[in-house]
Structures are given as C-alpha cells and as structure tokens.
Design a binder for this molecule. Sequence first.
Ligand code: AHR
Length: 507
Amino acid sequence: MNASAKAIINLDVEGPVISRHLYGHFAEHLGRCIYGGFYVGEDSDIPNSGGIRLDVVEALRALNIPNLRWPGGCFADEYHWMDGIGPRSERPSMVNTHWGNVEENNHFGTHEFMALCELLGAEPYINGNVGSGTVKEMSDWVEYLTRDGDSPMVRLRKANGREEPWKVPFWGIGNEAWGCGGNMSAQHYADEARRYATYCRDHGGNKLYRIAAGASDDDYAWTETLMKAVNCLGCAKEPRGYFQGLTFHYYTVPGPWSDKGSALEFDLDDYYATMVKAARVEELIAGHAAVMDCYDPKKKVGLILDEWGTWWNVEPGTNPGFLYQQNTMRDALVASVHFDAFHRHADRLVMANIAQTVNVLQAMILTDPDSGALVLTPTYHVFEMNSGHQDAASLRVDVKSEGTTRAVGENELDTFSVSASTKDGRALVSLTNLDADAPLEVDLDLRGRTVAGVTGRILTADVLNAHNSADATGVEVADLDGLTVDGGVLRVSIPAHSFVTVDLELA
Ligand code: AHR
C-alpha cells in the first residue's frame, strides 16, 4: 500500500511571520565564491558592473535575495577591512590561511560589497573581526560605512568616492569564536562580544542589529552563556541590548568530517542518512530556542542560523581548500526540509544563511572556470519555488499520515515534510516526499477560507543524484497540472524524492 497523508490547514489562523531573512545568503572569500564567482573584474569578457558578474546578480534577484553575509566565515576573523579600500592597485595583499593558503589581493572590498548589495537589492550583513582584529578597527568600520556629516572615517570614505553613508542593518561580532574565530571559551567570548558591541555605534539613522557569534550544532551551553550575558534566568525584564541576535551553525554532514562523502556518488543508505541529518535541524532550532526562552521569554533576541547546508568532499581534482561541490536532487530535498523547520520556528528564528551562494558548498549557482557558463543548481530552484513564504504569516499544518516513517539506523525518519504560509490573499504550501522510491498521496484539508484557484509546481528527477551542469540539465521545475479542490480537499500526488509547491488563491 502506498504511503498517504492528510494535512489540515486552517487558512484563517495566522501564526508568526516568516521573516524574509530566513532566505538569506552567505558569500565568503573562499575558493571561487567571490573571485571567479560574484566578482570577475572589470576587464572580464563576462558582462559585469564594476567587476560584479551581472548574470549572477540577475539570478539572485529572481530569488528576492533578502540579505548577504560577508566576508566570512572563518575569513572574517583574519580580514582587515582597511586593506580593501582605496585604489585597487594600491591595496595590500594577504594570505587566506583558512581557505587554500592562497593570496588575497583585496580587490573585492567594502565598496565592492556594498555595490553588490545595491545591485542585488539585498541588505548587507557584515561580519566583523574579533579573532585577530581590534575594537577600534571594528568601530572604525561601522563609522566608515554608516556615519553622515564629518568625521575621520567619513572623510576617508568620501576620499574613496562615496559621499553618502550606506545603510548596514546587520552586524556580526566575530564568527565561530569557539574555533577558527579565536578558540575562545564561551564566557571569554561573551565578555568580548559585549565589549565589541559597545563600540559598534548607531550612527545617524542607521540602527545596527548586532549579532553575537553562537554555537556549533547542539552546544546549548554556549547559547546559555550568551543569554546570561544579556539577562538573568527567568527574569521578567527585557534583555540588555548589547546584541540583538545570536547565531548557531549546523551543516548536514552524514559521514565523518574526514570523509564526508561524495556529492554525486552515493547509495540509498547515504541518502537516508543525509535526510536524517537534515531533519535534525528542527531539534537544534528547538533546543537553542528553549534555552533562549528561559532568559528571554518575550523573544526579543533573535536566533540566527547563519551557516547551514550540505558539506561534501570536494569534487575530484579541485583544490581541497576551495570547498567546491556539485549539487543534486538530494541537496534540493535537504534545503526543502530545512525551510519547513524554519517556517515552524518563525517566532524565534529570524534569519538563516545558506553556505554558500556561488561555487562553495551547497551553492545556488556554479560557474565554469573555463567557459564562464553559469549553472543554476537544484537548490536554487527550492529557494525560488519557496520565495512566496518570505514575510508571509506562517500557517500551522496538522498531519495524520500512514506509511511515512522509515527506520534509518537508530533513527526514525518521517519521509513527509510540509509547511504553509499566507499573504496578500494567497497561501503557499510546500510539500516534500523524501521516500527515494515510493510516491505519496496527500490530501490537503483546507479550512477557514474558500479556495478560488490553485496551481502547482514540482521539482523532481529520475535519479537522486541528478544535477545540472554546463552540458546538461538534470533537474528543473515543471508545472504540476490537474490540481482541483473538491469539498475543501486538495489531493496532491507527490512522486518519490520530489518537492512540490501549491499556490492557492483565496476568495
Ligand atoms: O562555510 C565554510 C566555513 O564553515 C566557514 O568559514 C566557517 O564559519 C564554518 O566553519
């Protein structure tokens, strides 16, 4: 018997708003993400604006990219921003010790990043350097970017060709302070975060949302230490405003870090192990949120997952420090499962950034180093199909299913994942069938509003490792025809290993 599920949605009971920033991105000076990805230089034959590749911009604008985190990652804690301003030919070089030990010429710096954000229509999320930087260096950077009027940093910015201050909403205070960001203890970092944050000023009309560098995976003790830095356990008073958000990082890595598995060559066991790891993100969000609730019951401090996604062995023959990997239907399903969890925790999770946007880890876009061809990955399509959830009110989905659980080692995987939201007189439902082989029949029981029209889209492929390259397209979006609502019930047949979105017009 085929698996089946009934999913009940009360279309008139709106939950917390799903911040568009849950669809955020991350661009590090790592491998070919910036150089050869976003930035090809002004002399490139590839159409560009000030060196920024325009087809990359166009593809990301189609996703409504809400924010972009830069310059790292681990790179952020060895980046000295003053090296990346002024005439490019005069900028000093450095060694990117984390990522391939290659020379960084600093040709992509502050002005180039802000120009990129302007082209994308995305809000900048700048990650400052705590690990090898100084409080003054970070404070000066904020002043350089955001202060109006007259001051030493304003004069420097103007001398470099930018009169008006920029708006910078999101500011990261270091990255992975427990590791590449300085190998600090939680308490030491919490003290440093308060000190650095103190001098990251709100200049003029620019209001910074300061983000403390948080935990890895399930290190709830790290989160608790940061929360203790802003409030006491069970206190009714508002948290002190040193920082407004804190992060955690979680990558989907089914194998050991020493051999994470191949992006393209995997068997069914690998596939299901990957999905168990992907689904675990929900447990981690809930765990960090529960700790935060104890110190901040009114949910004033935001939880931010500013690095997530699959991490495989690099593609054979590529630089191990460049983290270049292909992206298959399996990666797309990892993404859709993450988004369902994000939507369900929209009350506390306010931002998420997939790692990383171009040519690194679970990328949206791959570019061919020789031909320059641009490829949209299966993961890109999940972001695009789900973009209607941005800033929509979440809708609770109650599920009753049969045959959708599967034993995977010691774990149990639910092979059906679903979430929904509503805005502007429409509702969007995202449905994933993780079963590698069997289709799934879902009855969406739509209550509370009348559905006047329905369309559907599907992302699927014949095989799990289908992918896109400059030579062939293995995964693309298609219309899902024949959807009708009968007596308030919409039956959706989801083929094996597929992602479906259903767009409802509400009367
Ligand atoms: O995204 C790659 C790296 O993963 C980042 O630089 C770091 O923060 C994390 O460990």
